[in-house]
Design a binder for this molecule. Structure first.
Ligand code: ADP
Ligand code: MG
Length: 494
């Protein structure tokens, strides 16, 4: 089917989009709501479903993270599908990350105009040119989905994250939180529909496994962190869990600037900082330009990539997680290069939404025209992570018109907009003194995967858990750390 034929298949209008059922009768009586909200805030604070405040920052204080009081309905079959497909996605991303030709071809136009991706790519070429010191890679991935009400309620992938995939820690606690809330509301019979979640343990097992492969008892696991960590619980939980699961392992935290100032390579290219040898690096920073204050932070990234440390992600995994690569993988025939089993290819194709390049070729021109004709059907995305970078609604038209004659357009991709079904519930945020109101919301499911291996083989491939983020239906984006989203749990319905 050509791009223009695809464009002719219009999705249902927003008003036709259906509502998911309420899992308990709402609204709750006023007194009951007040009491359960008070309890739930304290539960959240006391179990670390919390963050540091951006507006009233103190290293010594936490605010509870925004949450949805009663878990949102999610179709059971689609949830099971997302879990099942994670092993295939792990394999796919591992192979893509190790395919120099594919990454180079996919990114060749983008890196000419997008400085950030260009810088990452230069590091990639440098370390490949020198020969990799560490061939083992640790992928800690999160594949994100929304149910698409315009395609008979099937999940569609929003993106796959290969760097700093967050909320494995707090998300695990939120499952326990919602068990508590349903019990408090007298619905113990419903607990069976809240799926178990061991994301934290699964992610930490991956890091410990990599540390064992590194093979030096005195080596540390280093978390590479931002200058200020607001989402601190979602990092400390990992740190504490690692110590609990494998008492010999020490975790240290360092910024890119710390690395620039004090890190060096030993005779075997061991990564050394502050008297420690780093066996594994877990990146919770380095995914956006603002994290690199100057050339010296870029030099520090190169130093880490040159080192013997096992990196999550390595530079090639980082590049494999770009939106441009996601779009290239949706091209006809692309998946077949990596997945030799046609049934796997078919499964992955099913979860892809329409993805279009804005390159200077016939398909690119068609995509530009589609975006101008029908902007609200699409989301326009640059090569960035961390939320707040995409363009939505009528602004898609303006943005595309503005960039259509400039090279800049090749740094963007166009994606079919997914229209999730609405759910109704209470969102609770810090600072709100009044009782929460019922609002219409939409949810995004994330599934965590761990994959370890090298260019020849995969030695570890697991699906390890989930997280659900929910935002008010009118918001374009719902990052929890970024501000509009709230933590939630999927309540499975048939
Ligand atoms: P980021 O790397 O910034 O997280 P995403 O691709 O995940 O980029 O987009 C950010 C948010 O924008 C998503 O969490 C989702 O809420 C919204 N979004 C992204 N793509 C789509 C889409 N195709 N349809 C609807 N909403 C989308
Ligand atoms: Mg995202």
């Amino acid at each position: 089917m050509s791009v223009s034929q695809l464009a002719a298949k219009k999705p249902k209008m927003a008003e036709e989009i259906k509502h998911l059922p309420m899992i308990v009768p709402l609204p709750l009586p006023e007194e009951q709501l007040k009491e359960i909200v008070e309890k739930s805030k304290d539960w959240a604070l006391m179990h670390g479903a919390a963050m540091r405040s951006k507006t009233q920052f103190s290293e010594d204080a936490l605010f509870f993270a925004p949450f949805v009081l009663i878990p949102s309905a999610f179709p059971r079959k689609e949830f099971a599908k997302a879990l099942e497909i994670q092993l295939i996605l792990n394999e796919l991303m591992h192979k893509v990350a190790h395919d120099r030709r594919f990454l180079t071809e996919s990114l060749k136009e983008t890196i000419k105009v997008d400085e950030f991706t260009g810088n990452l790519f230069r590091i990639y070429e440098t370390v490949l040119g020198e020969g990799l010191t560490q061939r083992t890679t640790l992928g800690l991935l999160r594949s994100d989905y929304m149910v698409n009400a315009s395609s008979t309620d099937k999940i569609k992938q929003v993106e796959i994250n290969t760097i700093a995939s967050s909320f494995g820690g707090i998300g695990t606690n939120i499952t326990v939180f919602h068990r508590y809330i349903l019990q408090e509301l007298g619905h113990s019979d419903m607990l069976k529909n809240l799926p178990e979640n061991n994301a934290l343990e699964g992610l930490c097992s991956g890091m410990i496994e990599a540390w064992k492969i590194y093979g030096k008892p005195e080596a540390v696991i280093m978390f590479l962190i931002e200058d200020i960590t607001y989402n601190i619980c979602d990092q400390r939980f990992h740190e504490f869990k690692i110590r609990e699961m494998c008492p010999q392992v020490r975790v240290i935290r360092r910024t890119l600037t710390d690395m620039a100032e004090r890190a060096s390579l030993g005779p075997k290219k061991q990564l050394l900082i502050d008297e420690c040898e780093v066996g594994v690096i877990y990146f919770r920073a380095g995914y956006e330009p603002g994290h690199y204050h100057s050339q010296k932070e870029w030099d520090a990234r190169l130093l880490m990539e040159r080192s013997l440390a096992i990196k999550s992600p390595s530079i090639h995994y980082h590049l494999a997680g770009t939106k441009k690569v996601q779009q290239t993988l949706a091209k006809p025939g692309a998946l077949d290069q990596f997945l030799n089993d046609p049934s796997k290819v078919e499964k992955v194709k099913q979860i892809f939404a329409g993805l279009y390049s804005l390159d200077f070729d016939e398909l690119g021109e068609q995509a530009i025209q589609m975006a101008i004709d029908d902007p609200e059907r699409f989301v326009l995305k640059p090569q960035r992570e961390g939320g707040g970078n995409n363009v939505y609604g009528l602004e898609v038209r303006d943005a595309v018109k503005k960039m259509k004659d400039s090279e800049e357009r090749t740094a963007w991709i166009l994606m079919e907009r997914i229209h999730p079904p609405l759910s109704t519930g209470y969102m609770v945020r810090p600072g709100g003194s009044k009782a929460p109101q019922l609002v219409d919301m939409v949810s995004e499911l994330g599934i965590f995967g761990v994959v370890i291996g090298d260019a020849e083989k995969i030695t570890y491939n697991k699906q390890v858990g989930h997280m659900l983020r929910t935002k008010v239906a009118t918001a374009n984006e719902g990052g929890v750390a970024a501000g509009l989203g709230a933590l939630d749990s999927p309540y499975l319905i048939d």
